[in-house]
Design a protein around this ligand. Structure first.
Ligand code: ADP
Length: 368
């Protein structure tokens, strides 16, 4: 049909993107970046287009105008709503995980996010343990006591913050090409889900994911914040390592379920932060026990205090336990985490206690 044809013509394709990029000259200002083979990882998702241009890292700052030009050319194509272009190191160049961690953390310029007092990583050894649920309730508990708080959802495999906070829409790009975070329940929110479709995360090669995360760290207008919580991707791959290396973290909070606590994954996560000299703020045991909503009787499905003992064994402070409770899941799923929807509940009180302990740990680690 006629209309379909029109839509078809406007459809953004990799070929059309490549065609436009032939207009952009490479670092030598002679040949274009396509001919020079510098463009890779083109991902087209609806009106969003992302790709990388590989450059010599030493010239990255100098080549920023080239990146901007490429972004502008593709961004103004018909059918494109947003273009995200990142500069990556030439292949064969440095890759985060190939550096010795301590050295990398000291030598690379840490992204300080200068107007943010504390940046806390909320991490776990594996997915599905309730890391994002703790992260969002923690952020809301900080907000409830008047702290200016932001949350950066870096979970490439399952970005959930917009959903947990009932947010729709996407962040606006400012004139200076930086993202203006969304706001939900008084929190500033940015999610990698706005840049990467989790269903497509598998086809984003490692360096591409790292570029998108780096862009998210550098180019978000957080403004003044007391606390920024980073909801980390689970595990200890390159993305996690990069975040932990590049960001000037005040500390990391580890989330585990009791049955996972003794497993290797959680130890590896703890080990990663130790190697990078990121202070460990402690461990939160989630889904620890079952509290019957009717009779209020507590059932210790995994035995009592196993988590506390295991934490002691690993040498990490035990911050607290959260029960497996339907209302916690229901409220999160409805975009109204318990800390705000049921502020007087026992559960909200638990998250507030955890927030207070984490805050005092932060002050301790600063010697304050
Ligand atoms: P992760 O970030 O570790 O992948 P999520 O925070 O997304 O995990 O939680 C996984 C699922 O478990 C979600 O459906 C969430 O609502 C639910 N959940 C998390 N914590 C609890 C809890 N204490 N009680 C009941 N359900 C929970």
């Amino acid at each position: 049909m006629g209309e379909e044809n029109v839509i078809g013509m406007n459809q953004v394709t990799t070929e059309r993107v490549i065609g436009e990029l032939r207009r952009i000259k490479g670092p030598d200002l002679k040949e274009d970046i396509i001919t020079l083979g510098l463009v890779s990882d083109i991902v087209v998702r609806g009106g969003n287009v992302c790709f990388s241009i590989s450059v010599n890292p030493a010239r990255a700052a100098q080549l920023e105008p080239m990146r901007q030009a490429a972004e502008q050319v593709v961004g103004s194509m018909e059918g494109v709503t947003r273009a995200i272009v990142t500069l990556t190191a030439h292949s064969g160049g440095e890759h985060a995980s190939h550096q010795r961690p301590q050295e990398a953390r000291k030598s690379s310029e840490l992204i300080g996010l200068s107007h943010i007092k504390h940046i806390i990583a909320v991490a776990s050894g594996k997915g599905g343990v309730g890391k994002s649920t703790v992260a969002v309730n923690l952020a809301l508990a900080f907000r409830a006591v008047g702290l200016k708080t932001g949350i950066l959802d870096a979970d490439i495999y399952g970005p959930s913050m917009p959903h947990l906070l009932g947010l729709t829409g996407t962040p606006v790009l400012s004139d200076t090409n930086t993202f203006i975070p969304l706001e939900g329940h008084g929190l500033k929110v940015m999610s990698i889900g706005f840049l990467i479709d989790p269903d497509q995360a598998a086809i984003w090669r490692g360096p591409m994911i790292i570029s998108a995360l780096t862009r998210m760290l550098r180019d978000v207008q957080w403004g003044e914040l007391d606390i920024l919580i980073i909801d980390m991707p689970p595990g200890t791959g390159d993305a996690q390592l990069t975040l932990a290396q590049k960001v000037s973290l005040s500390g990391a909070l580890i989330i585990s379920t009791p049955q996972d606590l003794a497993l290797l994954d959680v130890r590896k996560a703890i080990q990663m932060f130790r190697r990078l000299e990121v202070p460990l703020l402690g461990l939160v045991e989630n889904m620890s026990y079952f509290l019957c909503p009717h009779c209020k009787v507590r059932t210790d499905i995994f035995g009592r205090d196993g988590g506390r003992k295991e934490a002691e064994r690993i040498g990490i402070k035990f911050i607290g336990q959260i029960p497996l409770e339907m209302v916690i899941r229901e409220q999160s799923d409805a975009g109204n985490p318990v800390t705000i929807s049921m502020p007087d509940s026992h559960y909200a009180g638990m998250y507030r206690t955890i927030a207070a302990k984490v805050f005092s740990q932060l002050e301790d680690t600063e010697g304050g």
